[in-house]
Design a protein around this ligand. Structure first.
Ligand code: R5P
Length: 220
């Protein structure tokens, strides 16, 4: 089985009747959402809250019951992917541009499960550029502030122009090289005017569920 599917199916096993579940975004979360869709079809009673328009559409297509925004206060479990995971379970997220909603959802979650394949495990974060969500207004000024933190920043593009997040913002993919102090950088980025969110998820993940291509599963 595909390692992403292996991890996604394993994470779905943690979900119990009556739970409120956050749905992550991306190609790994896709498998977890499908596994939950199968359980819902078999009669599992859960309600879910998606972290992106894409995951919302996928959940709806699988008839997974969704919560309205005003109904969401705490979530029992969130299942989400990551772009990099270090040995302390710190993460880089946002490769798909869903970082802001993912961070909001992760922060109100009791059990935050991160599902990855083994290519995402690193000794130190930073080979993957840190996605930084910024307001479009004067984004070049915001990019300048990020560059002052010793980063190369690139405005993310899509097929038809600049990439726009579900929140109407831009993404500056910011390469800091291998990051020495991830907690400090997370705070520094948040202090820049114009930055809405950054893709460093520090001390948030409870368990990493990692699928290997030989079929092994690792949970830690
Ligand atoms: O914005 C996207 C999310 O943070 C994803 O969870 C992350 O990029 C990992 O995605 P994938 O499972 O497709 O590698």
């Amino acid at each position: 089985m595909n390692p992403k599917e292996l991890a996604g199916k394993k994470a779905a096993e943690y979900v119990k009747p009556g739970m409120k579940i956050g749905l992550g975004t991306g190609s790994t979360a896709f498998y977890a959402i499908h596994a939950l869709g199968t359980k819902v079809k078999e009669g599992l009673n859960i309600t879910c809250f998606p972290t992106s328009q894409a995951s919302e559409e996928l959940a709806k297509s699988l008839h997974i019951p969704l919560m309205a925004h005003h109904e969401v206060h705490r979530l029992d479990i969130t299942i989400d992917g990551a772009d990099e995971v270090d040995p302390s379970k710190n993460l880089i997220k946002g490769g798909g541009g869903a970082l802001l909603r993912e961070k909001i959802v992760g922060a109100i979650t009791d059990l935050y499960l991160i599902i990855i394949d083994d290519s995402k495990k690193v000794e130190r974060l930073g080979s993957f550029s840190v996605p930084v969500e910024v307001v479009p207004y004067a984004w070049q000024v915001t990019a300048g502030h990020i560059q002052e933190l010793d980063a190369d920043t690139t405005l993310r593009e899509s097929d038809d122009g600049f990439f726009v997040t579900d929140n109407g913002n831009y993404i500056l993919d910011s390469d800091f090289g291998l990051i020495k102090n991830v907690a400090e950088l997370e705070v520094k980025l948040n202090q820049i005017p114009g930055v809405v969110c950054n893709g460093l998820f520090i001390d948030m993940a409870d368990y990493i569920i990692c699928g290997h291509s030989n079929g092994d599963l690792e949970v830690y």
